[in-house]
Design a protein around this ligand. Structure first.
Ligand SMILES: C[S@@+](CC[C@H](N)C(=O)[O-])C[C@H]1O[C@@H](n2cnc3c(N)ncnc32)[C@H](O)[C@@H]1O
Length: 272
């Protein structure tokens, strides 16, 4: 039996500043590569659902007659996802807690198994993909999308953001994750035994003054107030003054009328 490698620590935690960015996500801006595969009546497992905004969209896309099961390792965020679905009046979603390395579902349970921005955080992404495949019916789809931190790019050049990125990548790896996951998804899928893998990439782009202000302020807050801050200082990767400097760099960048930021995301659609 597989011993789940649960050694990875979820780098961001679920501070308000983190959820501010997750709650902006929709199926359209974060799972467009999957939408064309969805049909009314399908069953979908959304692994690492977080606060559940994409989950609720997926439920609407497989209605009528579809069902979505949404799980996350963190119980508190699952409750938030449940509340979000209720607020939107979206039905047909079952919620629960689960570790993607060892899912508590029988083989062949779902038509589609989806994980957005999850595999970069887990201790063994190949095992995670094997589990996602096991619970997906033969011929179904396993879909994953992850950012690639080293491929993030922005303007104007800001040494403080270079330092932020370097520190983030070191902390994420020390926590057991792989921040440059986007480029590795295809390789991980092949290692997990998939032979039919369609790879793509899409970017988020934050370029209006409002988008730059939103993105910079949530990252400034994440850098000093989320679980990431505690892990960066507690792990000896940075002093509180380094985090304050990174937050200041974010705020300065975000106030620049020329500010432009892009997040490259790798995507895979794997036929089970
Ligand atoms: C970056 S968030 C993404 C949330 C959501 N999919 C979205 O895109 O808005 C990653 C989520 O994965 C969850 N997670 C981390 N490790 C996990 C694991 N081993 N099994 C299941 N969920 C996990 C975290 O608790 C967190 O809610």
């Amino acid at each position: 039996m597989h011993a789940a490698k649960e050694t990875a620590v979820y780098t961001h935690g679920h501070h308000e500043s983190v959820l501010r960015s997750h709650r902006w996500r929709t199926a359209e801006n974060s799972a467009a590569y999957l939408i064309g595969e969805l049909r009314p009546g399908m069953s979908v497992l959304d692994v690492g659902c977080g606060p559940g905004t994409i989950t609720a969209d997926l439920a609407e896309l497989v209605a009528p007659g579809g069902r979505v099961t949404a799980v996350d390792a963190a119980r508190d965020v699952v409750e938030q996802a449940r509340a979000h679905a209720a607020e939107r009046g979206v039905s047909g979603i079952e919620f629960g807690t689960a570790d993607v390395h060892a899912l508590d579902f029988p083989d062949d349970s779902f038509d589609v198994v989806h994980a957005h921005q999850v595999l970069q955080h887990v201790g063994d992404p190949v095992q995670a993909l094997r589990e996602m495949r096991r619970v997906c019916r033969p011929g179904g789809i396993v879909a994953a999308r992850d950012a690639d931190y080293a491929a993030m790019t922005w303007y104007p050049a800001t040494p403080g953001l270079d330092e932020w990125l370097d520190l983030y990548r070191r902390v994420a790896r020390a926590n057991g994750g792989e921040p440059d996951a986007g480029r590795r998804l295809r390789a991980w899928a092949r290692q997990a035994g998939f032979t039919d893998v369609t790879s793509s990439a899409t970017a988020w782009c934050f370029a209006t003054p409002e988008e730059a202000a939103w993105w910079s302020s949530l990252w400034a807050d994440r850098t000093t107030a989320s679980a990431y801050a505690a892990r960066a200082t507690g792990g000896g990767h940075a002093a509180a003054s380094d985090l304050a400097a990174a937050a200041e760099a974010w705020r300065t960048w975000g106030a620049d009328p020329d500010a432009w930021f892009s997040v490259l995301n790798g995507e895979i659609l794997c036929r089970a």
